[in-house]
Ligand binder design. Structure first.
Ligand SMILES: *[C@@H]1O[C@H](CO)[C@@H](O)[C@H](O)[C@H]1NC(C)=O
Ligand SMILES: *[C@@H]1O[C@H](CO)[C@@H](O)[C@H](O)[C@H]1NC(C)=O
Ligand SMILES: *[C@@H]1O[C@H](CO)[C@@H](O)[C@H](O)[C@H]1NC(C)=O
Ligand SMILES: *[C@@H]1O[C@H](CO)[C@@H](O)[C@H](O)[C@H]1NC(C)=O
Length: 365
């Protein structure tokens, strides 16, 4: 009896053909099912080769959240999002197709045969994760938002490994306008299993506990600048990075792409495009008081962000063995060990100097 029942529940869930979405009542398309559109446009369906209206907000603008449903983002703290291949694995299972809680702990997509990671996660293992991102637009009217208005403010480089996924919210996020902001979750997975797929789920969001009024800078298109050994680039090219506020990747659609990489070299929310793990603390109008030089591979001037203006001391701090700077990230090497920006005049550093610094940091650890 019990096995029969379980089999029935599993059969009700279209898990096999599913992928991953961010689930929350504040999202557009919260109740969209396989039957709502003439094609499978569930929030978990991947987006590729679509017209703008089809991919933007997942084509769910006519399926807005209920009034008052808004995703709170506490400035300076973590917000936990639920990622899953079916609403049934999230705390919102009651309005899922099966109306049943089919969660298995923190597993974003329990598979029929018990294997992990399931196909929907599109990864061969933990070392093959490519990160996902939350972006924000300071606009309460969803119809006014354009793709170039979204700024990535938080990255989790190890998603989609767990259902409950933390996103660190930068401490200096300014308050949202009356009526709130709009956010979206973005993910592009590793090319191993089904390549050119994009994911976007839009939702209403609001910054809470804000303590800063400095607006976000105008977001620029991210650039490929991290070590990329699979494509013949063993070393990072920090001068080629986009620094500061960055747009999400819009890739492999019929219209309005900002990324043109081929199917075997997708753009990722990792160091590969200068998206450091966690809060994107350098996205504000005052983050780079000395400006940002034009990014090109030969660029040797790497800009120094001032992450906490007012609190930053004018005395340059020597690199230390502190672990507060994220390791392996190009710009981490240009900050003092306390995470504060260092003074201006030594901005230009060759890759050799970077390696020497890294070596010293290793030794002093
Ligand atoms: C989604 O469905 C649930 C249950 O049927 C309902 O209570 C809720 O209002 C719906 N939400 C939206 C945004 O349509
Ligand atoms: C990414 O999410 C996981 C799971 O919630 C969490 O353990 C990890 O700390 C998060 N990473 C960052 C940088 O917040
Ligand atoms: C957003 O959060 C702020 C601060 O908590 C609050 O005053 C405001 O009413 C919220 N906006 C919405 C639309 O919920
Ligand atoms: C620099 O960035 C551009 C844009 O992303 C990319 O096409 C190019 O391959 C990168 N060059 C190097 C040397 O990393």
């Amino acid at each position: 009896m019990i096995p029969v029942l379980l089999a029935t529940i599993v059969a009700l869930l279209p898990l096999a053909s599913a992928h991953i979405a961010l689930w929350h009542p504040s999202m557009y398309g919260f109740n969209v099912t396989q039957q709502t559109f003439p094609y499978d446009n569930r929030p978990v369906a991947p987006l590729q080769d679509f017209s703008f209206d089809q991919w933007w907000f997942h084509g769910h603008l006519d399926f807005p959240p209920n009034d008052g449903d808004i995703f709170p983002l506490p400035a300076g703290q973590a917000a936990t999002a639920e990622l899953g291949c079916n609403k049934g694995v999230t705390s919102f299972f009651a309005s899922s197709e099966g109306r049943t809680d089919v969660s298995q702990g923190d597993n974003p997509c329990p598979s029929d045969d018990g294997s992990f990671p399931s196909g929907a996660m599109h990864t061969t293992g933990f070392d093959d994760l490519t990160g996902c991102a939350l972006a924000i637009a300071y606009e309460s009217d969803v119809h006014k938002i354009k793709p170039e208005d979204f700024t990535v403010f938080s990255v989790n480089q190890t998603c989609v490994w767990t259902k409950n996924t933390d996103f660190q919210v930068p401490e200096r996020m300014p308050p949202c306008p009356e009526g709130g902001c709009h956010c979206a979750w973005f993910w592009i997975h590793a090319p191993d299993s089904g390549s050119e797929q994009n994911y976007m789920n839009g939702f209403r969001c609001n910054i809470t506990g804000s303590a800063s009024d400095v607006p976000l800078a105008k977001p620029q298109v991210p650039r490929r600048c991290g070590a990329d050994p699979q494509h013949g680039k063993p070393d990072a090219t920090p001068g080629n990075c986009t620094y500061g506020a960055k747009q999400p990747f819009y890739w492999f659609q019929k219209e309005q792409n900002n990324m043109f990489e081929d199917a075997f070299a997708p753009p990722f929310y990792t160091d590969l495009y200068n998206f450091k793990d966690g809060a994107q603390d350098d996205i504000f109008q005052d983050s780079y008081p000395n400006g940002i030089p034009a990014p090109i591979p030969e660029q040797t001037v790497v800009p120094t962000p001032v992450l906490n203006p007012g609190a930053a001391s004018s005395t340059p701090t020597a690199p230390s063995s502190s672990t507060s700077a994220p390791q392996g990230h190009p710009s981490a090497l240009f900050r003092g060990g306390n995470g504060k920006a260092r003074g201006g005049k030594n901005d230009a550093r060759s890759l050799k100097t970077i390696r020497d610094l890294r070596q010293k940091q290793k030794i002093s650890r």
